[in-house]
Design a protein around this ligand. Sequence first.
Ligand SMILES: [Zn+2]
Length: 62
Amino acid sequence: MEENPKCPKCGSDQTIPILYGLPISNEAEKRGEVILGGCLLVNGSPIWHCKKCHNRWGEFKC
Ligand SMILES: [Zn+2]
């Protein structure tokens, strides 16, 4: 599994990717490995979520 980046706000490594619009099983979300960002993904949508301070950052590019 690839390593997640650290949170730029608090420096925590408790970060998870935000997934959009994927009809996947939410088992990974139940385990807290990912977070679902809803079905709409647009340019500039955040792609990382910090579980510690709830910061969201990153930028999706189509
Ligand atoms: Zn953080």
